[in-house]
Design a protein around this ligand. Structure first.
Ligand SMILES: CC(=O)N[C@H]1[C@@H](OP(=O)(O)OP(=O)(O)OC[C@H]2O[C@@H](n3ccc(=O)[nH]c3=O)[C@H](O)[C@@H]2O)O[C@H](CO)[C@@H](O)[C@@H]1O
Length: 352
């Protein structure tokens, strides 16, 4: 969703008269994000794959209805192009667009393309990916373009920020929902590292459920900290951070790259195709991040995490090297490049 918003911002700047509409499955958080970016949102009756196993008829019926809804909307609005953002809710509108001859482009952030991308890619005008390796997981003949993941312009601008590193903020991120296992592992690691963390401020995004508990824990430990269920000013948070501990969601990693923020990634172990671990590995290979695997017990995860944090806190030079490596992975012009590809796809379809 967030990369899609950034592409819409770029297109809106180029074509101020154009109308950008987002079609989703009606999740309130998604609708809120779209509305606060100033775009229109329509909810279709699409249903995710999670339903397919439990209630297959409901899955088929609701998605069939969603295709019909998208079709009716497109007949009325006559869109120039339809862009699939990778989630399952993108399948019905892209299917409807294809049937109506409307040009389509897909965005895929994860190194292993998700099912929606794998299903839709053959007839898409182009698939814009974050990682070069994604092409290996798509059928031959699909037009794959490595654009990087379109991040917010204020985050993209962080690439130009200075490379000297006096920052003493440890940023903890759990992805858009927050991550309970990360919250617990980090607070337990903070307990182990209490002395070493003196002089550092912990900036922790907890998600809604754990906020009180995490806040209470830092107060008990007497550590400098700010906690919030969700930060609405991420560009500033990234700009201030000297080290991050984070889930390995594709967008967060792309943003950390622009910020040049050395990162300890704790991949979500149950992600489809284990894509978070694979996303993070690309960063480890480049020397920009470390991985701490989530273990079967929290104690073990916390212990490994504490060791890794401790090493990096003690090694300013290593963090600076990681900062350079992170910046080398940044794709601050991704939104522009995706917008170019969309425009080219539309032009090509008009010539046919
Ligand atoms: C658990 C899970 O399956 N997560 C998937 C989900 O990630 P999810 O959407 O949870 O996380 P992402 O890393 O993709 O994006 C999180 C976004 O939320 C923003 N943010 C985060 C914290 C905060 O306090 N404020 C804030 O604004 C970040 O700046 C970022 O833009 O989709 C990604 C693809 O896009 C996948 O790679 C992830 O595996």
């Amino acid at each position: 969703m967030i990369p899609g918003l950034n592409v819409a911002r770029e297109l809106q700047q180029r074509y101020p008269q154009a109308v950008m509409q987002f079609l989703g499955s009606g999740r309130p958080q998604e609708e809120g994000l779209v509305a606060s970016a100033g775009f229109q949102h329509y909810a279709l009756s699409s249903e995710s794959l999670a339903t397919a196993r439990r209630r297959p008829w409901q899955f088929l019926w609701r998605n069939w209805r969603a295709v019909r809804q998208a079709r009716a909307l497109f007949q009325d609005q006559k869109p120039t192009a339809v862009i699939g953002l990778g989630g399952f809710a993108s399948v019905p509108p892209v299917v409807a667009a294809r049937r109506m001859g409307i040009p389509t482009v897909l965005l895929e952030q994860n190194i292993i393309p998700g099912r929606a991308t794998r299903w839709l890619c053959r007839r898409a005008g182009a698939v814009c990916v974050s990682y070069a390796a994604s092409a290996e997981h798509l059928p031959a003949g699909v037009k794959v373009e490595q654009t990087g993941n379109p991040v917010h312009p204020d985050i993209a601008a962080l690439v130009a920020s200075s490379h000297t590193d006096q920052r003493r903020i440890l940023l903890i991120l759990g992805g858009s929902q927050g991550a309970s296992a990360v919250n617990r592992a980090v607070t337990m690691a903070a307990d182990i590292l209490q002395d070493q963390l003196t002089g550092w401020t912990i900036m922790h995004q907890t998600g809604i459920n754990d906020w009180r508990e995490v806040e209470h824990e830092y107060q008990r430990l007497g550590l400098e900290h700010t906690t919030s269920p969700f930060f609405s000013d991420m560009p500033q948070r990234y700009a201030d951070a000297g080290l991050a501990v984070s889930r390995a969601g594709a967008t967060t990693l792309a943003e950390l790259a622009c910020a040049g923020c050395p990162t300890i990634a704790i991949p979500y172990p149950y992600a489809a195709d284990d894509h978070q671990r694979l996303n993070a590995r690309e960063f480890v290979t480049a020397g920009a991040a470390k991985i701490v695997e989530q273990q079967s017990t929290l104690d073990q995860t916390a212990e490994l995490l504490a060791k890794q944090i401790s090493r990096l806190l003690a090694d300013d030079a290593r963090r600076l090297e990681m900062r350079h490596a992170m910046h080398s992975l940044a794709r601050p012009l991704a939104a522009r490049d995706v917008a170019d590809i969309i425009c080219r796809t539309v032009d090509d379809s008009l010539k046919r």
